[in-house]
Write a protein that binds this ligand. Structure first.
Ligand code: GLC
Ligand code: CA
Length: 568
């Protein structure tokens, strides 16, 4: 058995390759583009790069629909480019983590092509096929149950030639694999080895807690009651998921040194312990979604809303994970990824006056907690949400489907309302191209970018931010340096202070010898914080300049954050 990567000391940088850097002017980011910017990533001080999917794909869901697990998407480059990327990353002390998307494949994958070709094809059982539950009076087949998919009204798609439905939790072009079939699992383990043998250092596992389905396929009671949200909550954490993950560890991961993180929507702290417990033999950590769901629609229409999060609810939720996993499992720490709006716009203030201050405040609040921090491309320069005027300015399938359901079909939201919600929560907020410079197309591409650039790139870009000692990038560098310098950031326990204070987020981290105090103001107004004075406290980081006059008790100015350390 090989030792895992020291994931407790990792800092992961996530790249969404399509939007990162385009080296050949076709408007689409690519692997050579990533290679050109490796120094930029390494200089941040991170240890690992997680690449969103780079496999062959028809891009119904931008690479999360894979048609060949052993090929690179043609637009992104070749296997040679990939080998060069791994090599160039290694030279800079960076490991490459791949996205493992194995809850489903593309419908264009060879396995599905075979599977749908006839009922007795050897690949039939690679996917989940079911007879209709009946027929309407007009003779239309009725799906096996009422499950709603994440990207379309029904989770079942009728296949005319073989007269059965197949299950797809996401788009109709993303059929779910049948993990109960041992052949499917063997295929997955095999493709994992293919990439590990090529120098990959682990996996971020896409909706990995959805791989095991309840064989009864029960109706979704929320849908029965008229709900419109997806049935993923019901399907997640199914009966055999832990068995499968342990098998995966035994069959594959134990032979390599890896970092593994599961994307696990609809998981509680108890689930987190089950997936990522130190002695469970499953994953190193999971991505909780709980703190990302707190500002959702109050009437049960999913994430489509534009209200601000309640600060006590947010910090209490994060504290619940910090305390719940302490000493037993490991947390991942994130505000952003390719599915979430930009955090500075969401939990901070992206106006010119407060953008940098609130971005650095949020970064500090996150990075000083216990866990492995994830930084999503552009977060390290404080990139913001975007508000394109037309639906046609956008690409994301989730946004398009939500618009079709809530505006066109159910008429629950007006066009204006829905555009407002897309501006606040849509996934394309994270996917507009990386803003490298003030030149044409933000230096992302010399051609026409696949998705429009955020018009604020002339003021907000990496070239400008990196050069600014008061910018966001250099601040992230300092955060990562602190983590390397002070073991209390890795090892300390966690205690939330003033859990009900509506404006500030403060906590302690403690080891036998050190106490770290983090205080952050989530508003633009001056706020006081109640803290136990410790004469030994010295300020080790702050996002305001005049450090000398400050004490732990002095009120926090707008979006101010401070990190104090006392050692015995
Ligand atoms: C995960 C991915 C998301 C994708 C979905 C289906 O949630 O992060 O981008 O659409 O899985 O693969
Ligand atoms: Ca390109």
């Amino acid at each position: 058995m090989t030792q895992d990567i020291d994931f407790r000391r990792s800092v992961v940088y996530q790249i969404y390759p399509r939007s990162f850097a385009d080296s050949n002017g076709d408007g689409v980011g690519d692997l050579p583009g990533i290679i050109q910017h490796l120094d930029y990533i390494a200089d941040l001080g991170v240890t690992d790069i997680w690449l969103s999917p780079i496999y062959a794909s028809p891009n119904d869901d931008n690479g999360y629909d894979i048609s060949d697990y052993r090929a690179i998407m043609a637009e992104f480059g070749t296997l040679d480019d990939f080998d060069r990327l791994v090599h160039e990353a290694q030279k800079r002390g960076l490991r490459i983590i791949m996205d493992l998307v194995v809850n489903h494949t593309s419908d264009e994958h060879e396995w599905f092509q075979q599977s749908r070709s006839s009922r007795d094809n050897p690949y039939r059982d690679y996917y989940i096929w079911r007879d209709p539950s009946g027929y309407t009076t007009e003779g239309k087949p009725i799906p096996p149950n009422n499950w709603i998919s994440c990207f379309s009204p029904s989770a079942w798609e009728w296949d005319e030639p073989t007269q059965q439905f197949y299950l797809h939790l996401f788009s109709t072009k993303q059929p779910d694999l049948n993990w109960d079939n041992p052949k499917v699992r063997a295929e997955v383990y095999d493709l994992m080895r293919f990439w590990l043998d090529r120098g990959v250092s682990g996996f971020r596992m896409d909706v990995i807690n959805a791989i095991s389905k309840d064989p009864e396929f029960p109706d979704d009671p929320r849908v029965t009651a008229g709900g419109r949200e997806s049935s993923l909550y019901l399907i997640a954490n199914g009966p055999r998921v832990h068995e499968f993950l342990r098998e995966m560890r035994r069959e594959v991961l134990d032979d390599y040194s890896t970092l593994t993180v599961g994307e696990t929507p609809d998981t509680t702290v108890a689930d987190g312990l089950a997936y990522a417990g130190f002695n469970r033999g499953e994953l190193n950590m999971v991505f909780t979604f709980e703190h990302m769901m707190l500002d959702g629609n109050p009437d049960g229409y999913g994430k489509w809303w534009d209200g601000k999060v309640d600060v006590p609810t947010l910090k209490q939720n994060l504290a619940h994970w910090q305390e719940g996993l302490a000493g037993k499992a490991w947390n991942s720490l994130y505000w952003n990824n390719h599915d979430q709006p930009r955090v500075v716009s969401r939990f901070g203030d992206d106006s010119p006056q407060w953008r940098v201050t609130s971005a650095t405040m949020l970064a500090t609040t996150l990075h000083m907690m216990c866990g492995t921090p994830y930084i999503y491309q552009g977060e390290e320069i404080g990139m913001t949400n975007v508000a394109f005027p037309e639906l046609s300015d956008y690409d994301d399938i989730e946004q398009r489907n939500a618009y079709a359901q809530y505006v066109d079909k159910a008429k629950i939201f007006s066009h204006e309302q829905m555009m407002h919600y897309i501006h606040a929560r849509g996934r394309d907020n994270a996917r507009t191209p990386m803003q490298w410079s003030a030149t044409k197309n933000a230096g992302f591409s010399t051609g026409t970018p696949w998705l429009k650039i955020n018009p604020n790139y002339r003021e907000l870009n990496a070239e400008r931010d990196v050069a600014d000692p008061r910018g966001v990038y250099q601040y992230y560098q300092r955060l990562i340096e602190l983590r390397k310098k002070y073991p209390v950031i890795i090892d300390g326990d966690f205690q939330l202070l003033s859990p009900d204070d509506p404006y500030t987020f403060s906590y302690l981290r403690r080891t036998k010898t050190d106490t770290l105090l983090v205080t952050s103001n989530f508003t633009e107004h001056e706020r006081s914080v109640a803290v136990d004075s410790n004469p030994g406290y010295r300020l080790i980081l702050s996002n305001y300049e005049d450090k000398e006059k400050t004490t732990p008790e002095s009120p926090l100015r707008g979006y101010e954050t401070r990190v104090w350390l006392a050692s015995t």
